[in-house]
Design a protein around this ligand. Sequence first.
Ligand code: ADE
Length: 240
Amino acid sequence: MAMLRIDVLTIFPEFFTEVFEFGIIRRAKLAGIVEINIHDIREFATDKHKMTDDRPFGGGDGMVMKPEPIFAAIQNILGTTDQAEYPEGTRVVLLSPQGRPLSQPLAQQLADETTRLVLICGRYEGVDERVNERLVTDEVSIGDYVLSGGEPAAIVIADAVIRLLPAALGSETSAENDSFSDGLLDCPHYTRPADFMGMKVPEVLLSGDHAEIAKWRRDKALEKTRSVRPDLLKGENGDM
Ligand code: ADE
């Protein structure tokens, strides 16, 4: 069975104590589909004060994460700091607002091609650029806003990837129907009761006519996408 090992590098390991213990991720861990290891960058600090950050060359506000502890952590986790010698299927991702945006295709690519995923959580004003230069294979952002650190972003990327691992989802088809899997937002969903406080479930969903239901879902997905995210339709056939 396909197996993904995720290693998270952070100065706040406690941030992750419960977050991977629920739902699909918990089940994937129990089933041996994914293994998640959290590493405290501070434990790889070499100086007596266990410093993980320092003042920026050139001046300015804030602190910069030092390269030595991160290099030592990668050496420990991957057995090398030379990208050419990383184990096959390794991606070392630096979470930062400067990265390329996370998208469903990128999550799918990571789920399909990766067996070792290392997530480096940046903090403060940034990470020494030599980490990026030498160790990082992908710099990734989860959106055009600034978080106080990469930890929430690492959780987001891990979740998006793990649920796409073959055998992680209960039903193979449920990921195929996700928002974005066909470039559209998802259609609305309903369950019982058919009449809730006078709000009725659309008649077609009760009809049992599967072709009509599929058409309704597609129309609603298009309608929603056109109104909320017209940018997703650009370059495709926006009139579909
Ligand atoms: N760290 C701070 N902001 C971030 C973002 N938007 N994406 C990923 N990592 C981050």
